[in-house]
Design a protein around this ligand. Structure first.
Ligand code: 13P
Ligand code: SF4
Length: 337
């Protein structure tokens, strides 16, 4: 656990816009809550998994594992504690429960939705399967357990292109992200892979906001600019990026690059904060975007689910969908590794 001084030091590297005095007062004020959560974790035998996009205070004070949706799924599968507190959004908690159903999985976010996961229902997938019986149904991990149970293979932003390429069939229906779907079609063309790829109409409200027209003018102003984009961005954005990948892949890529360089990060602001905190020296231009669902996580929410969880804070998966959803996620691990 970080001391108040260490936490202050880490948070002071972020461009919060908070002056030193106020940041010091904030850290001192929050330490009793951090210590209470650390005690609760031991008492309840709980592990806290946190996505890179949640507020930085969670990442640097109480989280046991931080990562992207793929890495955190593997952490959830490997967890031996009785309780997993999944500080992210609900579909990630559902994936943890699918993979480790004997554990209690708690969701501390007060608004833990996701515009992608909320864009399609299991009934809609069943109807699509009747219309396209020959297609392999590939779902993004940003889907509910019930939707996963209707699909054949799940993917994340870290493995989507390789898995689509490796699937034996040349007929794929990818859901629910139409922008990632357009990026898949472009990447398959680039790789010379011939497949018919059908799409549905979801999108991430955070990543679809990035404007492709801004990139050329920023490149003109900053000739050394390195552009990184999440594959949920529009294809007109991803095609102009120097690197596209999951949050952890972008984090690792930047770790291997020069420090004194200008970067444009076309993703949620949490990734920029992590890089500022853990790899100071990089300069960021342009703006990132906030996900209100990820940012609905808080230390208070974590304490609440560890002390007095309500029924809706527990992830419950209908037993009738558990097996189908597990086989969809297991197929991802088989294709990915
Ligand atoms: P990652 O797999 O990169 O964590 O992405 C999940 C997500 O929701 C991005 O918006
Ligand atoms: Fe969903 Fe977009 Fe938020 Fe990721 S950033 S959790 S895809 S709404």
């Amino acid at each position: 656990m970080q001391t108040a001084d260490q936490l202050f030091e880490t948070l002071s590297r972020l461009r919060f816009g908070v002056d030193e005095e106020n940041l010091r007062a904030y850290v001192e004020g929050v330490m009793p809550l951090v210590e209470e959560i650390q005690d609760l974790k031991r008492e309840k035998n709980a592990i806290i998994l946190a996505h890179t996009y949640v507020p930085p205070i969670i990442l640097y004070s109480v989280a046991d594992k931080v990562g992207d949706s793929y890495g955190l799924s593997k952490d959830a599968l490997a967890a031996t504690e009785d309780t997993i507190v999944f500080s992210a959004v609900r579909f990630m908690g559902e994936t943890a429960k699918i993979l480790n159903p004997g554990k209690s999985v708690l969701i501390p976010g007060t608004d833990a939705g996701c515009t992608l996961a909320d864009s399609i229902t299991a009934d809609e997938v069943r109807a699509l399967r009747r219309q396209h019986p020959e297609h392999v149904f590939v779902c993004y991990i940003n889907t509910t357990a019930a939707v996963k149970a209707e699909c054949d293979v799940c993917v994340t932003s870290s493995n989507v292109y390789d898995i689509i390429e490796r699937i034996e069939s040349d007929k794929i229906l990818f859901l629910p992200d139409r922008l990632m779907g357009a990026n898949i079609i472009a990447e398959m063309a680039e790789r010379g892979v011939q497949k018919e790829i059908l799409l549905t109409d979801g999108s991430c409200y955070v990543h679809e906001e990035f404007d492709p027209n801004l990139i050329p003018s920023l490149r003109e102003s900053y000739p050394d600019l390195y552009v990184m984009a999440h594959p949920e961005c529009r294809p007109e954005v991803v095609s102009q990026a120097d690197y596209a990948g999951s949050t952890t892949q972008m984090f690792r890529a930047i770790a291997s690059m020069e420090e004194n360089r200008n970067y444009l990060m076309l993703t949620e602001c949490g990734l920029v904060s992590r890089i500022e905190a853990e790899m100071p020296g990089r300069n960021f231009v342009g703006t990132c975007q906030l996900c209100k669902y990820m940012k609905s996580n808080s230390l208070e929410g974590i304490r609440r689910v560890l002390t007095s969880p309500r029924e809706e804070d527990f992830v419950q998966i209908d037993p009738s969908v558990l097996e189908g959803a597990r086989s969809c996620v297991d197929a991802m691990f088989r294709y990915a590794e």
